[in-house]
Design a protein around this ligand. Structure first.
Ligand code: FPP
Length: 231
């Protein structure tokens, strides 16, 4: 959800106002995804590297996170949305961690839509944790080195049990993945939108989906093979 700060600066507003507008845009985007038949949305809300920002911005972001969750909880419940978080939730302030944990638990059986919020998340950190867990299993003889496979590694990632992203959208004209889902995005299509996140409307989402639908996903095969293997 990149570009909140620049959106605010362009309008002569404080950065946090950009984040507030960005948080509202997120709620609208969840509705748009449900309307358009998307079943899982993962948003990068706070990276493991975002702690480097000024402390007022960091605490403002967490307050905003807690507020947006509380303000839209009934709506999320009504729309049968399941909330999950990836990242190190334990390091977040209790006032935001606790309500998040409560909603993760209370929405566990919701089935219409999966909202995954990456909070204090970094793909490299996630991979290191997975490697440590597998190494610990190897040290105690629970697994042998030869048994380590992609499916074993995948099952130790924070996204275990979730589908890999089909489409990654980066807003604000930046062309980077910035430590987001590095392994899970191996075959993701990437669309770069030039608008700042607060301006990422349903029309923008539809444009990104239209671009995605034009892509040919070959997974290492040739164009001809893909043509004959697809329905
Ligand atoms: C990136 O824009 C956006 C963020 C770092 C925060 C986005 C999070 C929300 C909108 C949701 C609410 C927050 C939480 C913690 C649940 P930027 O600040 O990098 O924009 P810039 O590149 O234009 O400065």
């Amino acid at each position: 959800m990149d570009g909140n700060g620049r959106w605010a600066a362009a309008k002569g507003l404080p950065r946090l106002e950009g984040h507030r507008r960005g948080a509202e845009r997120l709620i609208e985007t969840i509705d748009s995804c449900i309307d358009l038949g998307v079943n899982t949305l993962t948003v990068f809300a706070f990276s493991a590297e975002n702690w480097k920002r000024p402390p007022e911005e960091v605490s403002g972001l967490f307050k905003l996170g807690e507020w947006i969750l509380r303000a839209h909880l009934a709506r999320l419940e009504r729309r049968n949305v399941r909330l999950r978080v990836i990242g190190e939730l334990a390091a977040l302030p209790e006032f935001v961690r606790k309500p998040l944990e409560e909603v993760i638990e209370s929405s566990r059986n919701n089935t219409a839509f999966n909202l995954v919020v990456a909070l204090n998340y970094g793909a490299r950190q996630e991979i290191v944790s997975a490697a440590k867990a597998i190494a610990a299993d190897a040290a105690t003889g629970k697994i042998s080195a030869d048994d380590v496979s992609w499916s074993v590694l995948e099952s130790h990632l924070q996204t275990a049990g979730m589908p890999d992203p089909d489409l990654i959208i980066r807003t604000s004209g930046e062309f980077r993945l910035s430590n987001f889902l590095l392994l899970q995005s191996a075959y993701a299509e990437i669309v770069f939108a030039s608008v700042f996140w607060p301006d990422f409307t349903k029309d923008q989402l539809q444009l990104a989906l239209a671009e995605y639908s034009k892509r040919e996903r070959r997974y290492g095969m040739t164009h001809e093979q893909v043509q004959t293997t697809q329905p």
